[in-house]
Structure formats: C-alpha cells, structure tokens
Design a protein around this ligand. Structure first.
Ligand code: CTP
Ligand code: MG
Length: 383
C-alpha cells in the first residue's frame, strides 16, 4: 500500500470568521495545518503529501510543510473555488506510483493513529471513510420553517480521512466534475460514479474546526494534549583529583565528583527526568555504568542521545526546572552557562531551562560537603 495524502487547505474559513484562513492560524504552538502534516509524516504507508493551498498562501504553506514534513516527499499546489476543485488539483499532482489516495481536511487537526489504523485495516472495495452516527434529529428547513424531518436511523456524519483506490477516485472526480456535481466530501464523488465506499467509526475528537465554538474546543484540547511530566534525582560524592562538571560546565573547586562517567549530577538528573516523562527507563539502563564505553563519558553527549529518544517518540520539551543541592561551591556565576549548555543539548531555548542552586544549611551529607545532589522536573508535549 503506497498512499498519496492530499490535504485540502485552500478554503477561507468564512464560518469561523477570523482575519485569515483557519488552516494558518496558530493553535497552541503551531499552525492548524502542522498537526495533520506532522501526523501523516509518521505513517509508514504514506509516500507523499500534497498540500492544496489557497492562491497567495502557497509560500506560507510551504514554510509550514518544511517544518512539519521531515520524512516524506511533499509539494504545495494551488487550490480552486470549491473544495472539490481543490482536491481535484491535488489529485492531478499525485504520483501514479501510489495505488491509494487519502484525503484529509487541513481543518481537522486531531486525527489519531488508532483511527488511521482502523481505516487502513478496513476491508474495503473502492474506498473507506471515517464517519459517526448523527446524534440530533435532522430537519430540512426552508425560510426558518421545517419542511421535512429525516429519519435519523442510518444517518452518519462524514469525517476525513477518506481513502480510495487511486484509479476509481480519479475517474469519479472527472465524471462528477463534468456533471457539475456539488459535493463537500470525496466519498460522494465515488458514490455518484457507482463505487462502493464503506464507513469506519470516526471519533468526536476528530472534529473539523468550522465555527468559533470549534476553535474554542480546539484551543482547550491542545492545552492539555499529550503533556507528560517527569522527575529525576541524582547524587554523587566528592573525590579529589577530578574536575567538577555540572551541567556541562567545569566549575572551579577543590574536588570533583566520583562516578564512571564525568559524574555530571545535574545533567544526570535532567536525563532521568526526560526518560521518566517518556516512560523510557533510566540512565542506568541506557548508559550502563559497567560499560567501558561510558568511562569518563561527557554527560552532555548522553543528554543529546536522550533528546534523540524524545524526538523519536515525537515529544518535545516545554520546560525543565533543576535544583542543584550543594553546600559548596557557589554556583551563581555558572548558572547562565549551565542553562544554555542544557538547553542546546535538548534543542530548546535557555528560557525553557531553569537552574537553581540551594544549600542544606550545613545539614546532612550535602551540608558536610560530602557530595552534591540534583533534582529535575520536566514537562514534555507530544509534537
Ligand atoms: N477547502 C479547500 N478549497 C476550497 C474550500 C475548502 O481546500 N475551495 C478545504 C478547507 O481549507 C478545509 C476543507 O476543505 O480544510 C474543509 O472545508 P471547510 O471546513 O468548509 O473550510 P472553509 O471552506 O475554509 O470554511 P468555510 O466553509 O467556513 O469558509
Ligand atoms: Mg467551506
């Protein structure tokens, strides 16, 4: 199965009533369009992604695609007057090497892997779409007056994605456009052509941003979507004759910390916090202390590997907060540099990494200057 994905994004978002096309509005940390692009970029059967942009918005869509499509081939084509014209332009740009075409509205940012799996594993002849049974009773109304009540049984609301064999979809589009058929989804084109399209249960979460209420709902959803918290803690004892490395910075002190690697207790706590948030074990498992490879290892290099694990799992750091617990030495002169070292390794900005230092008022092992402890908390977000 090789799939061309077409993302119609060439509308104007009239019903939402914002100053620009809803697809390009920032939702949380990124434009609405990015959500679908990033999603399809992770689907193994997808060979290419075609974004259909409104005339004049091609460049903006290209720049969003550059950030969102890291693995797949992609292109931006210019859309038409109606959705069906836009999809048709996308169809014409699709590679004949793909045997399936999947269409997904750029205005539906919350498609999930589960829905996608259900769609791709469905046993369909010509096509399959996500759909949900209607909840409300449907009325045909003219001039404010009900003309007819349509029996609800068997009525479904169509969602996207919708997937079809390439050949039948192309033929169906040509036939329907020739006939001047007006349609707001792709399955109706194939139905008109006599094709058989089945439905797969969709989800209310996979809603299309259409009205101001949808926009509010989408904003609330992204605020809490895919957030994961993690905590890390580490302690190393002082030893003479080693440099003291904290957060990748060499600190002037009479002692260093004892450990198999460079014993950078701050970076270790941070790594464990990130791994914890990902539920991906701990640094001992990833970088075993007994392994000679890690003898004297630069912990910042290991932090970069943890960042790569985070990227592979499609998470990014929102922020991290680290407390270094040390009676001595005084860390204030080093804090800014430590923040920037850690931020760089995690591919984020220093303002997302806080580093604070405290003593224990001479109490306990830290107070007796036997070693240094560090604790870290991080918040990650699914990309
Ligand atoms: N679309 C498109 N080309 C058009 C019209 C719509 O590519 N000429 C796309 C939209 O960008 C959207 C999808 O089709 O991703 C579904 O359309 P809809 O929700 O109706 O979006 P808009 O047409 O932008 O919104 P409205 O109808 O409120 O103006
Ligand atoms: Mg529309």
């Amino acid at each position: 199965m090789r799939i061309s994905v077409i993302i119609p994004a060439a509308g104007s978002g009239r019903r939402l009533g914002k100053e620009k096309n809803k697809i390009l509005l920032e939702l949380g940390s990124k434009p609405v369009l990015s959500y679908s692009l990033e999603f399809f970029d992770t689907i193994s059967q997808v060979a290419e992604i075609i974004i259909v942009a409104a005339g004049g918005e091609e460049e903006e869509c290209r720049s969003i695609a550059k950030d969102s499509c890291r693995r797949k081939e992609w292109q931006v084509v210019t859309g038409g007057e109606e959705r069906r014209d836009s999809v048709y332009r996308g169809l014409k740009a699709a590679s004949p090497d793909c045997d399936y075409i999947l269409i997904h509205d750029g205005a539906r940012p919350f498609i999930t892997h589960k829905l996608m799996d259900n769609l791709l594993t469905a046993d369909f002849q010509d096509g399959a779409i996500l759909a949900l049974p209607l909840k409300d009773t449907v009325k045909r109304v003219e001039a404010g007056c009900i003309k007819k009540t349509i029996a609800r049984a068997g009525l479904y609301g169509a969602q996207t994605p919708q997937i079809f064999h390439r050949d039948i979809l192309l033929k169906a589009y040509e036939y329907a456009l020739d006939a001047g058929f007006e349609a707001t989804d792709d399955a109706s084109m194939v139905e008109l052509y006599g094709g058989e399209v089945i439905i797969v249960p969709g989800s209310e979460d996979n809603f299309k941003i259409t009205t101001p209420y949808d926009w509010q709902k989408a904003r609330e959803k992204v605020m809490t979507m895919g957030l994961r918290i993690g905590s890390g803690f580490d302690v190393h004892g002082f030893i003479a004759g080693r440099p003291l490395i904290l957060g990748g910075e060499e600190i002037r002190h009479d002692f260093g910390l004892e450990g198999h690697s460079d014993a950078d207790v701050v970076t270790h706590a941070l790594m464990d916090a990130v791994l914890g948030a990902l539920c991906a074990g701990d640094i001992g498992g990833h970088f075993p202390p007994g392994d000679p490879v890690y003898k004297g290892a630069d912990s910042i290099v290991l932090l970069k590997r943890v960042a790569a694990i985070m990227g592979e799992k499609n998470y990014e750091l929102i922020n991290g907060d680290i407390t270094v617990i040390a009676q001595k030495p005084k860390l204030a002169p080093y804090i800014e540099k430590i923040r920037s070292n850690l931020a760089e390794a995690l591919e984020t900005l220093p303002e997302n990494i806080s580093v604070k230092a405290t003593t224990t008022e001479k109490l306990g092992f830290v107070g007796r200057e036997e070693g240094i402890a560090a604790q870290a908390t991080v918040l990650l977000r699914h990309k």
